[in-house]
Design a protein. Structure first.
Lengths: 544, 309, 315
């Protein structure tokens, strides 16, 4: 067969496919905006890596969650701004001082096999998540939600049936909490809490998540899943709001390299991909309607090792401050990343809901003042050209991390004469090394589990599982415990941020921006949603 | 390069030794044949120039391999182009670091990896093969079984694991890469040893009471030199290629050090963004370097291959 | 022949055993485990997971269970990373992909490589020879992680723009193995093998053409064509054939770069990712698969060799 014939055949099939589906969608316009809809309602986007699991209770992966939110529907959803809107639950109320939540489920919610979605399905799923036999790496989420007996069930001390969640009747779900969590309702938009279909799981075991076995209750159902290559999800006719769903089909393609993904985006193979670091300005100029940058709920920092294993030099707050001051964050956001990221002087991103960025002293200075102060502090601490400060700087292998580490080490070298040796490690080795405090200065980053400042500031408390620098300050711990039940936790957060600026256990570097390319005919993307919880059923493609 | 000059010394020494043993100027013959091969001679010259440049060049470069040019940083496509005026003869990378200095630095690392890796392989392979072939019998059988076993190991995989387990360091890279290349060497050497073993001069040595190890080192190994040199000259470029693959996986040398493979890999990623010099210059060094090695290897084989005589 | 095969298989079993045990130990020596995550798992959660995968047993017990499951059930265990897949699932999905690329690449490499090599040898020291040598060395020194993006820029982006989106080759993926998805990976995968074959074929052909029996044949007045086809070709192919075994295994187990770059879902991706993910069972499965393939193909090469060259006996 000739090269050209082959290609023609391939495109001919595509044309035929487009024509057949066109007959249906051609006459449609968007019900609210009146835009003319494209014939082909297929959305294709890039995934960095293969999806480890599509089981809601086992998932711990952001890109897995994106798919699971389409396949399953939890009690509540988020709208384009991140506000809570009804999902399977039509309404909910909190009682007994926010320790009991009652959800009223809608009548018309169905599984893809036609079964009704009941409160029992949620009870089953939540128990399943906590059950040691399920061995979910996200079991701790049940504990985080403060559900009664949650931690005991996870630890195997109590039977899963004792978990504080019950089906009052088929359409009423009641949850008992151990403490009054003001943001509990927002936590049930998370994939771990989505219902699963007991009969299917019991019949198929681990392989229930395969396309041929899966029964789901979301707007889409899984039709193809080739590991590390693609997934396809298509409209679920049984979904209660199927009529308002516009996209017919959503395809993910695994493309490991972001530069390859961009090439394929340009060749029309993808509708959405991430912008490689440093390429946003050029792409924005070339395709202003397609390049987007918006704030995300993530921070990026370097943490000092303050444990006993850490270097003596970092025990001196003047050294920590000097290093933090000498980092020119503007260079990193504007010259290295160039994607609309934000210079960070606090640990918590400004985009966090209800969080007011407190005044910290070094945020107000100019970089020249900060540099001068840094030199002064380091000299006070006894380091200079005759006695240069030396340490290792640990980060995990990645193009972006490398660039930032190189830039920071050169800033320190040129401004302060500090010799930072770069050490990059592949991911697991990095985690192990950092987790065992076998480092001096290490990269860290955190994306909020929920949209509230405590998801970040909890990390610098003594008991946090992610406090790898082992920073410990009794006042911070107390403030954060008090914030959990406080009506106005902002004061506590302000105080904690000020303490952090004073003691500088970590060097905040920048706060994330989502930087993506999105085809201009794809509408409805929730740029305002800082958690980037998006639902394919809100998206649609307009005709060119 | 150290390894290179050692090899040349050894070569010179053996010209003398061979002369004494065989009474025939075999090495001079080979040398003459090699010199007649224009491609090979040119390659030797070019490679020597590259090597010298990689050590001398940095002295004349206005930028070193790690210093960031803050003015060009982040604007490589518009400001970081190759230019005599800015002192970035080969342009800069995305971070504003000088590609000229980095290419030369990478050249040093890549050549070192190639030569030291090959040296490890040659030493281990020759000794192993010579001992196996000379001792013979059950020992030979067992030793060759082990080689067969090792050859069926997916070695890239083990190399990745080794780099993960023992951490990444230059030494690990040399040893890791070299240790996986000696098996073929051992097989070839063994074959040659088997045929040398029955020669009269070995029998004479045995008759005069020389110990086995001395015979291997003094009489067997020198006679294997031709094969070893040819094989080693082909091994160097293949090890450089292996290193470039390791860099592709992100397991190569630590920043700010670099290598041909690491530079090319970065350049290949950015080539669609109008900064083709980031790929072009390192790739040119890489390709020219490897071409030279292949031509030298071919030249050496033609010169030393007994069948051609 | 039969006793030869029996003996080789007899050797293969201890070889594989040692391979399994050695990789197992090396794997466990690597820092971190399959369940090392960014936020350290609470100990009770980790305990539940480890219990599920039998990771809390002593190491010798784990190795024994692993081997026992393979021998009795041909079960290579569950993947630690991909929750609903077993290693058998992953291999049976990934291997056909890689094998398809491998077979096409093999055919391409052998046909083009042999042609280049033989033509170069026959026209020794002519422009054609130099061109062939030039092509083969270039193909060998251009790493495939440079070749792949160049191919994509030309055949995906370039063709897309030139033809206004009418014709182009997709820049990656497998998509059920449609031919336009296969072309670029095959080129990227096969060129270095092709170059090796060309170089081997050229040098051995040159050697044969200079040998006495060819000179005799020529002296007898046989045509060049006849000399080459009847007398020179077979001995000249011998060294190439011994290279084909490892070459085929190399191509059939997938180039890591090609699978990663084109995101084919083939074995090459798992090869590297399983090591980085500490997905122990997948790592073991692939090691064993490649070990078995290597041993098998080396054996086949030896048999073919003996069949072609009557001087060699399978002993």
């Amino acid at each position: 067969m000739k090269f050209t014939t082959m290609l023609k055949m391939a495109s001919a099939t595509a044309v035929v496919a487009a024509m057949t589906s066109g007959a249906y969608a051609d006459s449609h316009v968007h019900p609210e905006t009146g835009e003319k809809l494209a014939a082909d309602q297929t959305f294709t986007y890039r995934l960095l890596d293969g999806i480890p699991t599509l089981d809601p209770q086992l998932n711990e992966d952001v890109s897995g969650s994106d798919i699971i939110r389409d396949l399953f529907e939890g009690l509540l959803n988020q709208d384009a701004e991140g506000n809570l809107i009804p999902g399977v639950a039509e309404s909910w109320e909190a009682s007994e001082g926010n320790t009991v939540y009652t959800f009223n489920l809608r009548d018309d919610a169905k599984w893809s096999n036609g079964d009704p979605v009941t409160a029992g399905d949620f009870v089953y799923a939540w128990r399943r998540a906590a059950d040691p036999a399920t061995a979910s790496p996200y079991a701790w989420y049940m504990d985080l939600m403060s559900i009664e007996n949650g931690s005991e069930v996870v630890a195997g001390e109590k039977d899963p049936s004792e978990l504080g969640v019950e089906a009052v009747d088929d359409k009423t779900l009641r949850v008992k909490l151990t403490s009054a969590l003001p943001y509990f309702a927002s936590m049930v938009t998370h994939a771990t809490t989505f219902p699963t279909h007991q009969a299917t799981i019991e019949e198929h075991g681990d392989s229930w998540t395969r396309p041929e076995n899966m029964v789901s209750n979301g707007a889409y159902k899984l039709t193809e899943w080739v590991l590390n290559e693609r997934t396809v999800r298509e409209r679920n006719e049984m979904y209660w709001n199927n009529e308002d769903t516009i996209l017919d089909k959503v395809v993910t393609l695994v493309i490991n390299d972001e530069n390859v993904a961009l090439t394929r985006y340009r060749a029309g193979e993808l509708d959405k991909t991430e912008v490689p670091a440093g390429q946003y300005p050029a792409l924005e100029e070339e395709m202003p309607d397609e390049a987007h940058s918006f704030p995300r709920l993530c921070n990026y920092y370097y943490t000092f090792n303050l444990s006993d294993k850490g270097p003596e030099a970092f025990k001196d707050v003047r050294v920590r401050k000097a290093l933090a001051y000498a980092v020119d964050r503007k260079v990193i956001t504007d010259q290295v990343l160039q994607g609309g990221q934000f210079e960070a002087y606090t640990f918590t991103p400004a985009a966090t809901a209800g969080f007011e960025v407190p005044d910290v002293d070094f945020a107000g200075m100019t970089q020249a003042e900060r540099d001068a102060k840094a030199k002064e502090l380091l000299a006070e601490a006894g380091y200079g050209s005759d006695n240069p400060l030396q340490f290792d700087m640990l980060y995990n292998t990645s193009e972006g991390h490398k660039k930032i580490a190189v830039a920071m080490s050169q800033m320190w070298k040129q401004k302060l004469g500090v010799e930072a040796t770069l050490a990059n490690m592949e991911w697991k080795t990095f985690l192990e090394t950092r987790g065992n405090q076998d480092f001096e200065l290490a990269r860290g980053a955190w994306c909020g589990d929920y949209n509230e400042a405590s998801t970040f500031l909890d990390l610098v408390t003594t008991p946090s599982g992610y406090n790898d620098g082992k920073y410990s300050n009794a006042e911070v711990d107390e403030l954060m415990v008090a914030a959990k039940t406080s009506d106005n936790p902002q004061d506590n957060y302000t105080r904690v941020e000020q303490i952090l600026a004073e003691e500088m256990p970590v060097i905040p570097v920048y706060h994330y921006a989502g930087v993506i390319m999105l085809k201009d005919n794809l509408k409805g993307w929730p740029f305002e949603n800082v958690e980037q919880n998006w639902y394919s059923r809100d998206l649609y493609k307009v005709a060119e | 390069m150290i390894a290179k000059s050692e090899k040349m010394d050894a070569l010179a020494e053996n010209i003398v030794e061979q002369h004494a043993i065989k009474g025939r100027s075999l090495w001079q013959d080979a040398m003459a044949r090699f010199v007649r091969n224009k491609a090979a001679v040119v390659s030797v010259v070019v490679l020597a120039l590259i090597t010298i440049l990689s050590f001398v060049g940095p002295l004349f470069a206005p930028w070193d391999y790690e210093t960031i040019d803050w003015g060009t940083m982040g604007n490589a496509a518009t400001l970081g182009y190759p230019s005599i005026a800015t002192g970035h003869y080969f342009g800069t990378d995305d971070l504003g670091r000088d590609i000229f200095a980095r290419t030369l630095q990478g050249t040093q690392i890549s050549l070192t990896v190639g030569f030291l890796g090959a040296a490890v392989a040659v030493v281990v392979g020759t000794l192993y093969g010579a001992i196996s072939g000379y001792v013979g019998g059950t020992t030979d059988n067992i030793m060759m079984r082990i080689v067969d076993l090792l050859l069926s190991v997916p070695y890239m995989f083990v190399l990745i694991l080794l780099l993960v387990v023992f951490g990444r360091s230059l030494q690990m890279l040399f040893v890791g890469i070299g240790l996986f290349a000696w098996m073929d060497m051992a097989r070839i050497v063994r074959g040659q040893t088997l045929s040398i073993k029955n020669k009269e001069f070995i029998e004479a040595a045995i008759a005069s009471g020389v110990g086995s190890f001395t015979i291997i080192m003094r009489h067997v190994v020198p006679n294997l030199l031709g094969v070893v040199i040819v094989y080693a000259s082909l091994l160097v470029p293949s090890l450089i290629l292996t290193e470039s693959f390791i860099s592709f996986l992100g397991l190569g040398v630590q920043e700010p050090l670099t290598s041909w493979g690491a530079l090319i890999n970065e350049g290949a990623k950015t080539m669609q963004y109008g900064v083709i010099w980031q790929l072009g210059f390192p790739l040119a060094f890489f390709i020219v370097g490897l071409f030279c090695f292949f031509f030298i290897g071919d030249g050496l084989r033609d010169a030393l291959d007994p069948k051609d005589r | 022949m039969f006793s030869f095969i029996v003996r080789r298989v007899g050797y293969a079993i201890p070889t594989l055993l040692i391979l399994i045990i050695a990789s197992f130990l090396l794997m466990y020596a690597a820092p971190g485990g399959p369940f090392t995550t960014e936020r350290a798992l609470p100990p009770e959660v980790l305990k539940n997971i480890e219990a599920r995968y039998g990771l809390n047993d002593p190491l010798p017990v784990q190795i024994w269970n692993y081997i026992w499951n393979i021998v009795t059930n041909f079960d290579f265990g569950p993947s630690f990373k991909y929750r609903d897949r077993s290693v058998n699932d992953i291999i049976s999905q990934g291997f056909p992909v890689t094998l398809t690329y491998g077979i096409w690449s093999f055919i391409f490499a052998v046909v083009v490589g042999l042609t280049l090599g033989i033509v170069a040898a026959i026209r020794h020291n002519t422009a054609m020879d130099y061109t062939a040598v030039g092509i083969s060395i270039s193909a060998q020194v251009l790493p495939n992680f440079v070749m792949a993006p160049i191919l994509v820029l030309i055949f995906t982006l370039g063709l897309f723009r030139l033809t206004d989106g009418q014709y182009y080759l997709p820049g990656g993926g497998w998509n059920g193995g449609q031919i336009e998805y296969v072309i670029m990976p095959v080129i990227a995968l096969s060129t270095s093998y092709m170059a090796n074959i060309a170089r081997l074929a050229r040098s051995s052909m040159l050697e044969v053409l200079n040998s006495n029996f060819i000179r005799t044949a020529k002296a007898k007045g046989l045509s060049e064509r006849k000399v080459i086809l009847k007398h020179a070709l077979k001995p000249a192919l011998m060294p190439v054939i011994s290279y084909l075994g490892p070459a085929f295994v190399g191509m059939a187990t997938g180039s890591v770069v090609v699978d990663m770059y084109f995101s084919t879902g083939g074995m090459g991706q798992y090869f590297v990712n399983s090591a980085f993910n500490r997905d122990y069972s997948v790592m073991m499965g692939i090691t064993i698969l490649i070990g078995v393939l290597t041993i098998t193909f080396n054996m086949i090469v030896d048999i073919v060799y003996a069949w072609l060259d009557p001087r060699i006996r399978l002993s």
